[in-house]
Design a protein around this ligand. Structure first.
Ligand code: N7H
Length: 429
């Protein structure tokens, strides 16, 4: 049986409770010393049982720490991870994700320099807590243990948005509404929330069909993306395009996401934001898309691309689910109109090629998925060429009519920003 004590705290049961989360990226300068300290680091790391307790007192000073290690050092140590995307490393997958590339380069992503550091990026420490100082103190404890075996290359903090925007990302939509339940871990699962096999998330469990070395069992792969969101540009697009369509900006926004800002799915309420549905756990995920139609929820909307539900059959889709554990970063627009903001996207899966990479490459970036004319995923789709991809289903009265989505896929930028950092969170023993 699964021992929850052996699974790191950010993975199962809603992950680490967080108001603030700080990520420290590092390179390993002395692999032997690093390995010899790992056991001691493991004592500082929260596991699933801690995070349940911590959720109760996050308001005071809860902390949760977790350590991830990236592929290159595991290769040095000759511990094969059996995940092709992981072994290929971060930079080499950027082009296949259609991340913007540096001008004139066929493979070098236009990520922030910190993620293209001359020294290799090997790992990330992530600590969540009630404020940045608490996170930094916890990080210092772990960094003191690791000493000169590692060198920090950069750090970034995310924070939950203030007041009524708590839980919403920077475009204003409630996030974290649809997550798969994990078999024999999540109980009292509301209708419409599918339960996936443990092996979709945890290595070596039923549903993970690769043979895993003992140390990987109950580990999970973490994908990190720093995704900048161009909020005023997105809002302006919604106003301009909704005028063209004959609708209003909030409705167009909801049709691009597939949910209204409250979390209410457009499939259940296409014409107005029904907060009664949003606030009802028994209804908010209880829907399927009408497979022959995009009349309510366009095929290119973010949630239909990421979880096509009945379009493909839930048994098929459920192999490709991920647990999302991201946090917004940057200040509110009123406080800092010129500042940068976005999402520190984090997700866990047992197999990156069936999780993050699959979702981005095979569904988000393919205009023909799930059907011709669907367009790119309206939030994260990337084509990496400056061409217009039309999307159908945005005109509420005419489901076949297409809209030229000029620039739509530049409102979320995996640029300068970012890294797809692929890490394995290993077994705690
Ligand atoms: Fe998405 N957004 O605010 O627009 N996402 N996402 N995402 N996302 C979801 O159901 C968003 C990103 C998924 O089961 C909602 O929680 C933004 C990446 C999946 O129905 C909203 C960014 C990937 C789901 C957003 C971003 C995914 C999902 C609806 C980047 C993976 C669940 C609320 C800045 C490759 C689908 C909810 C389901 C939902 C937003 C990124 C995946 C509002 C702003 C990179 C699987």
């Amino acid at each position: 049986d699964l021992d929850l004590d052996n699974v790191q705290g950010d993975i199962l049961l809603s992950g680490l409770p967080k108001k603030n989360e700080t990520f420290v990226f590092f390179s390993i300068v002395d692999a032997n010393a690093f390995c010899s300290k790992l056991k001691q680091v493991a004592n500082e790391i929260s596991h699933t049982l801690d995070n349940i307790a911590a959720r109760r007192d996050i308001a005071n000073n809860a902390n949760g720490g977790t350590v991830s290690t990236m592929s290159e050092v595991l290769q040095d140590l000759d511990l094969k991870s059996l995940d092709p995307a992981f072994e290929a490393g971060m930079k080499s997958t950027a082009a296949s994700l259609n991340d913007p590339l540096k001008p004139g380069s066929m493979s070098e992503p236009a990520w922030e320099d910190a993620f293209l550091a001359p020294q290799n990026l090997h790992g990330v420490l992530l600590v969540a807590g009630s404020d940045e100082d608490i996170c930094n103190n916890e990080l210092q404890k772990i960094q003191d243990i690791l000493g000169s075996s590692i060198q920090e290359t950069s750090r970034i903090s995310g924070k939950v948005r203030p007041g009524a925007m708590k839980g919403h990302e920077h475009f204003g939509f409630l996030d974290g509404v649809s997550e798969p339940a994990v078999a024999d871990v999540d109980t009292d699962v509301p209708p419409g929330q599918d339960t996936v096999q443990q092996g979709v998330v945890l290595c070596g469990r039923a549903g993970d069909n690769l043979s895993r070395p003992a140390w990987m069992i109950d580990g999970s792969f973490l994908c990190f993306r720093k995704l900048k969101q161009n909020v005023p540009e997105w809002n302006k697009f919604l106003v301009d395009a909704s005028n063209q369509i004959g609708t209003w900006s909030d409705q167009l926004g909801s049709r691009l996401i597939g949910r209204w800002k409250s979390g209410c799915p457009v499939e259940l309420s296409p014409d107005f934001d029904d907060t009664g549905i949003a606030n009802d756990p028994n209804r908010v995920n209880k829907f399927d898309f009408t497979s022959d139609s995009n009349f309510k929820c366009p095929f290119g909307s973010h949630i239909r691309k990421m979880n096509p539900r009945g379009d493909l059959g839930r048994d098929v889709v459920d192999q490709f689910r991920i647990l999302r554990r991201g946090i917004p970063y940057g200040d509110e627009i009123d406080a800092d109109p010129e500042g940068e903001r976005g999402l520190l996207f984090v997700c866990y899966q047992s197999n990156i090629s069936k999780g993050f990479a699959f979702l981005q490459q095979t569904w988000a970036n393919k205009p023909g998925f799930f059907t011709a004319g669907a367009g790119l995923d309206a939030v994260i789709g990337q084509d990496n060429v400056d061409q217009t991809v039309d999307m159908k289903g945005l005109f509420p009265q005419d489901k076949e009519r297409t809209l030229a989505m000029n620039g739509i896929n530049r409102f979320v930028v995996a640029k300068g920003v970012s890294a797809e950092i692929i890490a394995v969170i290993c077994d705690m023993d």
